[in-house]
Design a binder for this molecule. Structure first.
Ligand code: IVH
Length: 671
């Protein structure tokens, strides 16, 4: 018999309370935010349908926070509320309609649109310009006293700047960690054998709610402020936008993504724009927030127990979802690297359906303690390969066994050897291993390499399995009969493929070099080698010293090139390829250089510029500059766009000149 509505309501409340505790008190959530949002939605719907079971204790009527015993409690002068959520456009239309109905307003409402930062809410209280108290949101009425810790985050902002300092100035904001800082912190945690944080929000929460403020001080936390709390001794501005400007004028950080927008259309345009920029932003956001700007209207609209009626969060598609790990496969890469791959029950995450995720290596499987049958949290952010971030251990099926990493290659049975610090496992079969053969041929034919159209993965698998080819050079001696004899190959497609193989022979030196699949030689390195050494012969015979004079080529890449060209079988394959007729235009002397201050200099681009990276690079190259990817003592200039991160920092440390976009643009024309 299925559970009664009352039982379902009670069950959901219990689950939500448990997850609130894990999230707010332990900083150790077990389920994704989206799974949590769904529980709340389900409960809201049931309570709406069966109002007789509504209760003021329900988590739908309260702000989620709970308390740990470690901090003293502080009462908020003005409650810290949460926000209502909208997951689609219809819900934004409904929100705006309700706002206009309540205000009896037919015209478009001016909203202030802001990013919804994924961190944790804090309230900062300044008296006569000095920070006197900082608190977490807690249950909205009472929070935890984190004053000492916030002093570490705020630095000089523990004092308000400027004149006309109000008697009391309370500001609300979100403490967060940037993605780069999060990655660096986790690296550090790893080397010290400490627990890794699952995401930047979790790292921010764990870093702020520390008993020892010195620990907080050592963690790279930031804050953006987004609202006022209690204010005394100065009049509160008429609009939310002016409040934000006031906060900024007192020297507290506000984001530059804040934008006034008009009506629903303005809101939705903003949502679209920020969603497109999501993966380029240096920090995680889980949506945007729209707030009615006029303060008198905010007053008039008021709030429910949980959230204001004058604001709403418009969520982005979740980047983390839960699913089941169905199996773990072992993949053998082009150079024999063994990668375990998680096969997942398909799940919609980050805007696409995901059924595979990388597990990186043996260490990672151990660290996650992930087992077949487990419920796992999958993350897909931007175009990054989906990853498993954690396991919901409480949902583990009985008898699930630890994964046994193979000791021999699943494709060729050769021994698997561990390299370096034991993290990289490699099949020792070399080109004897069919998997390695297939991967190297797939790479050779791929779009950015020789670009043989129509030679997909399945065909390569078949050609190798049927022993029609065993290396890349064999492709060029395939006959039309060989091709048309393949499974499911129509005559027309066979002809097309044969033509594609033939026309791929006309290529560029950079592509050819890249297609050889030399470890660590990517497209850019291949281009730099071709541009600087000019011929295959020079590249094959260059010493490691000579190779290292080329941008992006360090000692390891130089050695990799030497090792590759010292193997007779590689040279033999290269010769057979050339004999089959592969050719490229001789590298032409480049167009006359436009001399300016960048001529002959080494330049690094970082951060967001108003022109594309590629365009900026082209301008610099035509000025005779070398554009490289990383900052070193050899760098002459760093051109830093917006949100420039670690590269600009490194440049500063090394004393390398940093130019902003304007300075760059002004100088490309001049000497
Ligand atoms: S305004 C009374 N603005 O989202 C309105 N909140 O889901 C209070 N958040 O507790 C919130 N960015 O921790 C507001 N630009 C923003 C925000 C924001 C992130 C967080 C905040 C809040 C939670 C509600």
């Amino acid at each position: 018999m299925s559970a009664s509505p009352k039982q379902r309501i009670l069950g959901l409340r219990e689950q939500i309370d448990y997850h609130n505790y894990r999230y707010y008190s332990l900083d150790d959530p077990e389920i994704t935010d989206s799974a949590y949002d769904r529980l709340i939605r389900d409960l809201e719907e049931l309570e709406h349908k069966y109002p007789q079971y509504q209760s003021p204790q329900s988590p739908t009527q309260n702000v989620g926070g709970a308390f740990s015993k470690t901090f003293s409690e502080v009462a908020h002068a003005i409650p810290m509320r949460s926000l209502g959520n909208a997951f689609n456009e219809e819900e934004i239309f409904a929100f705006d309609r309700r706002v206009r109905e309540l205000l009896e307003e037919n015209n478009d409402i001016e909203y202030i649109a802001e990013p919804k930062l994924d961190g944790l809410a804090v309230s900062l209280r300044y008296e006569d310009g000095w920070l006197v108290q900082a608190a977490t949101r807690g249950d909205g009425k009472t929070g935890e006293n984190i004053t000492q810790n916030m002093r570490m985050v705020l630095g000089s902002s523990t004092q308000l700047r400027g004149n006309s300092i109000p008697e009391v100035f309370e500001v609300r904001g979100e403490v967060f960690m940037s993605r780069n800082d999060f990655a660096r912190l986790n690296d550090k945690q790893k080397t010290r054998g400490k627990k890794l944080f699952v995401n930047p929000r979790n790292a921010a929460a764990g870093s702020l709610r520390q008993l020892d403020p010195a620990v907080t001080a050592s963690r790279p936390l930031k804050i953006f402020c987004y609202a006022l709390g209690e204010v005394r001794g100065v009049s509160v501005p008429d609009t939310h936008l002016e409040s934000l400007e006031m906060i900024g004028a007192f020297g507290l950080p506000i984001t530059d993504l804040i934008q006034p927008v008009s009506g629903v259309k303005g809101c939705l345009d903003y949502h679209r724009t920020i969603l497109e920029r999501r993966s380029d932003l240096p920090f995680d956001i889980d949506g945007v927030v729209y707030k009615v700007s006029r303060m008198d209207w905010q007053q008039q609209l008021g709030h429910t127990a949980r959230a204001p009626r004058w604001a709403i969060a418009h969520k982005f598609p979740a980047q983390e979802e839960m699913t089941i790990l169905e199996s773990i496969d072992i993949q053998v890469g082009r150079t024999g690297a063994i990668t375990p791959v998680a096969r997942l029950k398909p799940v919609f995450v980050g805007g696409v359906t995901v059924s595979n995720a990388t597990l990186h290596n043996q260490e990672e499987i151990k660290r996650l303690d992930v087992r077949v049958g487990d419920t796992v949290i999958v993350r897909r952010a931007g175009d990054v390969i989906p990853e498993i971030v954690s396991v919901v251990v409480s949902s583990r099926p009985e008898g699930a066994l630890e994964f046994e990493f193979p000791v021999t290659c699943p494709e060729c049975d050769s021994a698997i050897v561990n390299e370096g610090d034991g993290v990289i496992a490699r099949c020792s079969g070399g080109l004897f291993c069919e998997a390695q053969k297939k991967q190297s041929i797939k790479h050779f034919a791929s779009r950015k390499a020789m670009d043989i159209e129509g030679l997909g993965d399945k065909l390569v698998d078949q050609l190798v399995t049927d022993k029609k080819i065993s290396d890349v050079a064999d492709l060029f001696s395939l006959s039309l009969e060989d091709i048309s004899g393949l499974d499911r190959m129509a005559d027309k497609s066979a002809g097309n493929l044969s033509n594609a193989i033939e026309s791929s022979k006309s290529t560029t030196l950079a592509r050819f070099l890249y297609s050889l699949g030399i470890p660590l030689v990517g497209e850019t390195t291949a281009e730099n080698l071709a541009d600087n050494l000019g011929s295959l012969k020079s590249i094959m015979s260059a010493t490691t010293e000579m190779l290292q004079t080329i941008p992006d080529v360090g000692p390891i890449v130089a050695q990799s090139l030497r090792t590759f060209f010292e193997q007779n079988h590689n040279v033999e394959v290269v010769n057979r390829l050339i004999d089959s007729g592969i050719h490229w235009p001789a590298i032409e002397a480049s167009a006359p250089v436009q001399e300016n201050m960048f001529t002959g200099k080494t330049v690094v681009l970082t951060g967001a510029l108003s022109i594309s990276r590629a365009e900026a690079k082209l301008i610099l190259q035509s000025s005779g500059a070398k554009v490289t990817g990383s900052v070193s003592a050899k760098t002459d200039y760093v051109i830093a766009g917006e949100d420039a991160g670690s590269k600009a920092e490194k440049a500063e440390k090394l004393g390398v000149s940093i130019l902003d976009e304007n300075q760059f643009m002004e100088n490309v024309g001049n000497l």
